[in-house]
Design a protein around this ligand. Structure first.
Ligand SMILES: *[C@@H]1O[C@H](CO)[C@@H](O)[C@H](O)[C@H]1NC(C)=O
Ligand SMILES: *[C@@H]1O[C@H](CO)[C@@H](O)[C@H](O)[C@H]1NC(C)=O
Ligand SMILES: *[C@@H]1O[C@H](CO)[C@@H](O)[C@H](O)[C@H]1NC(C)=O
Ligand SMILES: *[C@@H]1O[C@H](CO)[C@@H](O)[C@H](O)[C@H]1NC(C)=O
Ligand SMILES: *[C@@H]1O[C@H](CO)[C@@H](O)[C@H](O)[C@H]1NC(C)=O
Ligand SMILES: *[C@@H]1O[C@H](CO)[C@@H](O)[C@H](O)[C@H]1NC(C)=O
Length: 242
């Protein structure tokens, strides 16, 4: 009974969290269109004020990739969960006690020597996240978009190709060692129409990419393991998971 209560609590939390922080988006809808959709789906102004876990700072929406202060996401620091999203659908929902800025750059080309055995890179690029406070612990969810058409064109062997996707990370400035999975058993592939992988992060900095790996069982238990920010979200909503 207690377990069931916890389970349904977890599902409610996941749902609330995903509605507010991951409320997007049809494939291929970018920039302004995307923002408009979000205004409608998340709700603007008054609704936000009464009914949100995440602060949607308009300045941190549809950011361009690249370096420099004008392309930096500004994280204010404090108890609020902030949303930051980029033009391709890459998004962060994060809470950081310390103020920081971060940039995301696209780095083209992936050295095959940095990929683990039996994995293939979905994209020919990685997202390079560089923050002003690399050692700071954050409670964050990263939403990483994937291109389903491209995935299917690779003829992966699993019966459900999206279960083969996993976000991997390599430290910045790494001179040896390859990509490693980020919190492998807590990643959640969010299917059509969203097509993004949700990954909990405790630190921002790194080089991230999507790899095609071994198929995982569909509907595995991973989705029920709560990440720190999901727990945080539930506390903010006044729910107890204990
Ligand atoms: C958001 O942008 C406005 C206008 O560009 C600026 O005045 C304000 O300081 C910005 N807020 C943050 C948190 O960067
Ligand atoms: C972050 O803050 C800096 C300095 O205030 C500003 O120049 C920049 O435009 C801000 N970034 C965003 C995405 O609003
Ligand atoms: C890679 O795949 C081959 C063939 O299926 C298998 O023998 C090998 O153990 C796999 N290696 C890893 C690291 O999973
Ligand atoms: C997805 O991949 C397909 C096949 O590589 C490509 O034609 C299409 O433009 C890609 N879509 C986006 C949004 O990048
Ligand atoms: C599918 O399996 C075959 C045989 O095990 C292997 O040669 C091929 O590389 C696999 N395809 C992908 C996309 O992993
Ligand atoms: C990576 O190298 C750059 C330039 O050499 C440096 O500014 C940055 O602090 C380094 N980052 C880390 C995490 O070591």
């Amino acid at each position: 009974m207690a377990f069931l209560a916890r389970l349904s609590g977890a599902l409610v939390v996941l749902t609330v969290f995903q509605c507010l922080c991951g409320a997007v988006s049809a494939e291929g809808v970018v920039g302004y269109e995307r923002r408009q959709m979000r205004e409608r789906s998340v709700g603007a102004g008054s609704k936000r004020a009464t009914n949100t876990l995440a602060t949607r700072d308009a300045n941190n929406t549809a950011l361009q990739f690249g370096s420099g202060v004008t392309r930096a996401a500004n994280v204010t620091g404090g108890p609020e969960v902030q949303e930051v999203d980029f033009v391709d659908g890459l998004e962060f929902c994060l809470q950081s006690n310390q103020a920081m800025t971060f940039n995301v750059e696209i780095d083209n080309g992936i050295n095959p020597g940095t990929l683990p055995d039996n994995t293939t890179a979905l994209n020919s690029f990685s997202w390079v996240v560089t923050s002003s406070a690399p050692l700071t612990q954050v409670n964050a969810q990263m939403f990483v978009p994937f291109n389903r058409t491209k995935l299917v064109a690779m003829h992966p062997n699993g019966s459900s190709p999206s279960t083969m996707l996993m976000v991997y990370k390599r430290p910045l400035n790494a001179t040896s060692g390859g990509f490693l999975p980020v919190n492998a058993n807590q990643q959640i592939v969010r299917e059509l129409p969203e097509d993004r992988i949700m990954v909990p992060l405790t630190q921002m900095d790194g080089r991230y990419t999507v790899l095609v790996t071994q198929a995982r069982p569909v509907g595995g238990t991973g989705a029920l393991k709560l990440s720190p920010i999901q727990i945080l979200a539930s506390r903010k909503a006044g729910r107890s998971l204990a």
